[in-house]
Design a protein. Structure first.
Ligand SMILES: Cc1ncc(COP(=O)(O)O)c(C=O)c1O
Length: 399
C-alpha cells in the first residue's frame, strides 16, 4: 500500500474507516477514480495549491467565519453556546469550502466540465458559483422534489450559468440526483465530479472532509482567543452525508475530551417509515461507491428516506460517520421535523438568526442534552435559512 501522507482521519490508504468506506465502483470508473486519487495526494499538501485555496477562503468566501457566543441561547440552557457561523459564508453555507477545493483540483487536472449533484441546492449553488468564477461549464443534477422545494436555489444556479437537470427517478431527491451524476461521470470521463458531501468512493470522503476541516481549524484558534482554551466540551453538527460535521469534528477527533454529537434527521420519528436517520435505522451495505450504513430492506433495496430538510434527506451516511458512531466516538441524536422547526423559530426570535433547516437539526439536539454552567458548547450553524423561507412560512402559525 502507498503511504501517501500522515492521516489525521482514522482512515487507511485504501479509504477504509474501520470496516466502512473503500471504493466500490464499476470498472468504467476505475481510471477516473485513480486519476483523482493521484491528483488529490499530489496537490493536497502543495504550498501553491494551499495558498490559492486559503486566499479564496479569505477574500472570496469571507473566512474565517465568526465564532459567536449566543448570549440568549446560552442563558436558556444555562451554559455557554457558541455558533460557528458557516451561514455567513458567501453563498450561505459550508458547501463553498469543498466546492472551491474540488474545483481548484479539477483545474490542476485540466478539466473544463464540472458535474455536481445537489439536495438542498446549497452544494449546487456553491459549485455553480465557483464554475462562474473560474469560467468552467457546470451541470447540476437535482431531484425533481427538491427542485420544487428549493426553488430560489434553482434560480440562483441558472443565473450563475449552470445547467440544472431535474431527476425524476425514485422519490426524486438527493440519492436519485447522485445516481444520475455518477452516470454522467461514467459517460463523460473528461469531466470532474464534485461530490457535495463526505460520501462516494475513496478518496471523496477523505478529500471533502479535508477541505471542510478549515471549520475546526478556525474553531480552535477562535476559542483560544475568546476564552484562552482551544478545545470545547462539545461540538454539535447535523449529519446528512456528513461534510459539515466532518469539518467541525476534524481536529477534535483525536481528543476524547471533546464530545462529538451528530444530529440526524428523524423526519416524523425514527420508528416510523418517514425518516432519514440512517445511523439509527440503517444496516451495513453499499451505496454510491462506499460500504457504510444504508436504509435498506432485508434484501438490499434502498428505502426511500424522508426529512423536511432537503439536505438531510439521504439514505446513506459518510463512512467516517458510520465508523465514529460504531466506536462510540460520536453520540448520535435523531431530531424530528417538529423539533428542528421549533429550534429554528426559537433561534430566529432570540438571536435574530434564521438557520437553514439542516442546521436547525443541530440546534434541536440541544434539548436532548444536559450541560453544566461552565461547559463550552459549539454548534456548527452550517447554513442560512433564506432557501427555506417557503417551508418556514407554511409553519409560521404553528411555532
Ligand atoms: C446548510 C446545510 N447544512 C447541512 C447539509 C447536509 O450536508 P452535510 O451532512 O454534508 O453537511 C446541507 C446539504 O445540503 C446544507 O445545505
Amino acid at each position: 500500500m502507498n503511504n501517501y501522507h500522515h492521516h489525521t482521519l482514522p482512515v487507511n490508504d485504501a479509504g477504509y474507516y474501520g470496516r466502512f468506506g473503500g471504493a466500490y465502483i464499476p470498472e468504467i470508473l476505475h481510471h477516473n477514480v485513480e486519476m483523482l486519487t493521484e491528483a488529490y495526494y499530489r496537490y493536497i499538501d502543495d504550498p501553491q495549491f494551499n495558498q490559492q485555496f486559503n486566499d479564496l477562503m479569505r477574500d472570496y468566501v469571507g473566512r474565517p467565519s465568526p465564532l459567536y457566543r449566543a448570549g440568549r441561547l446560552s442563558e436558556l440552557y444555562n451554559t455557554n453556546i457558541y455558533l460557528k457561523r458557516e451561514d455567513l459564508n458567501h453563498t450561505g453555507a459550508h458547501k463553498i469550502n469543498n466546492a472551491i477545493g474540488s474545483v481548484l483540483l479539477a483545474m490542476r487536472m485540466g478539466k473544463k466540465r464540472i458535474i455536481a449533484e445537489t439536495g438542498a441546492g446549497q452544494h449546487g449553488v456553491a459549485t455553480a458559483t465557483v464554475c462562474a468564477l473560474m469560467g468552467l461549464e457546470c451541470v447540476v443534477y437535482m431531484g425533481a422534489t427538491d427542485v420544487a422545494r428549493q426553488q430560489p436555489n434553482v434560480e440562483r444556479m441558472k443565473m450563475l450559468g449552470a445547467t440544472v437537470i431535474p431527476v425524476e427517478s425514485g422519490n426524486m431527491t438527493l440519492k436519485d440526483a447522485t445516481n444520475e451524476a455518477i452516470r454522467d461521470w461514467c459517460c463523460n470521463p473528461d469531466s470532474f465530479y464534485v461530490i457535495g458531501s463526505t460520501v462516494g468512493p475513496h478518496p471523496y470522503p477523505e478529500m471533502v472532509a479535508r477541505f471542510q476541516s478549515i471549520i475546526s481549524e478556525e474553531i480552535k484558534s477562535q476559542l483560544k482567543s475568546h476564552i484562552g482554551r482551544e478545545n470545547p466540551d462539545y461540538v454539535i453538527a447535523c449529519v446528512g452525508g456528513g461534510s459539515n460535521a466532518a469539518g467541525a469534528f476534524y481536529h477534535f477527533i483525536d481528543n476524547p475530551d471533546v464530545k462529538l454529537v451528530a444530529a440526524e434527521a428523524a423526519g416524523l420519528g425514527v420508528d416510523t417509515d418517514k425518516t432519514a436517520a440512517t445511523i439509527q435505522a440503517g444496516t451495513e451495505g453499499i451505496i454510491h461507491g462506499a460500504r457504510t450504513l444504508v436504509m435498506q430492506t432485508p434484501d438490499g433495496q434502498i428505502i426511500e428516506p424522508y426529512s423536511i430538510s432537503a439536505g438531510l434527506d439521504y439514505p446513506g451516511i459518510g463512512p467516517l460517520h458510520a465508523y465514529l458512531a460504531s466506536t462510540g466516538r460520536t453520540k448520535v441524536l435523531p431530531v424530528t421535523d417538529d423539533e428542528a422547526l421549533r429550534a429554528a423559530f426559537r433561534l430566529t426570535r432570540i438571536e435574530g438568526i434564521i438557520p437553514a433547516l439542516e442546521s436547525a437539526h443541530a440546534l434541536g439536539a440541544l434539548d436532548k442534552m444536559d450541560f453544566k454552567p461552565d461547559d463550552i458548547v459549539v454548534v456548527n450553524l452550517s447554513g442560512r435559512g433564506d432557501k427555506d423561507m417557503h417551508t418556514y412560512m407554511a409553519y409560521k402559525d404553528k411555532y
